[in-house]
Design a protein around this ligand. Sequence first.
Ligand SMILES: Nc1ncnc2c1ncn2[C@@H]1O[C@H](COP(=O)(O)OP(=O)(O)O)[C@@H](O)[C@H]1O
Ligand SMILES: O=c1ccn([C@@H]2O[C@H](COP(=O)(O)O)[C@@H](O)[C@H]2O)c(=O)[nH]1
Length: 211
Amino acid sequence: MTTPSFAIGIAGGTGAGKTTLAREMVDGHADAVTLIPIDNYYDDLGHLPFEERAEANYDHPSAFEWELLREHLDALLDGDAVEMPQYDFTEHRRTEETVHVEPTDVVVLEGIFALYDDVITASLDLRVYVEADADVRILRRIERDVVERGRDIEDVIEQYRATVKPMHERYVEPTKKTADIVVPEGANGVAVDLLAEKVRAESTAGLGLDR
Ligand SMILES: Nc1ncnc2c1ncn2[C@@H]1O[C@H](COP(=O)(O)OP(=O)(O)O)[C@@H](O)[C@H]1O
Ligand SMILES: O=c1ccn([C@@H]2O[C@H](COP(=O)(O)O)[C@@H](O)[C@H]2O)c(=O)[nH]1
């Protein structure tokens, strides 16, 4: 059993580049990293019809199952495995399957609200906020949501106006002040290299050791 030695939180607005940064900084050390995408902890709205799910506000903190996320983060940091829920963005609901996740040397928590919850933030060793201009983020989001999440461009724009932008300004952006590091443009080469070096050092430190 491995007890993680280091926990990193990566927050930032939608389309800022959180997922890309997380992926690139663990490149080559993925076996030593447990990734927790906070999106997997959206409340399951499967009991509602699709049209209602599509209209929901997914950018308010209350859209998440915080208790389960805290429980799973605690378990992993204590060296225990969890059954992690999985989320289907095209259907706006959890899938039937869970994934068995074992703790490793480094835990990376990634999502718009990675630095929102005081209890969770206190258990992180490094708090990162990824920043990108709003116009860059919405353009990235339009492209991604249409290509990967099965959305119409009109719906993406309407959702952005109605909930994504106001919730970002009210709840996501203010979490930047709790960050140890603010990364401009997401996966910028210098930030990736620095964070990758930290992940490598923590992974090497944990090699072969049961703690
Ligand atoms: N530094 C960057 N330069 C160019 N495109 C980027 C950069 N970072 C991310 N992207 C692209 O922007 C889109 C959203 O990035 P993603 O990492 O999924 O953002 P987030 O997880 O913050 O929503 C993806 O298509 C990704 O390839
Ligand atoms: O069912 C859903 C759940 C979430 N969203 C949107 O996803 C983003 C967060 O994901 P990023 O990868 O950080 O962009 C959030 O802004 C929600 O609006 C959704 O559209 N539908």
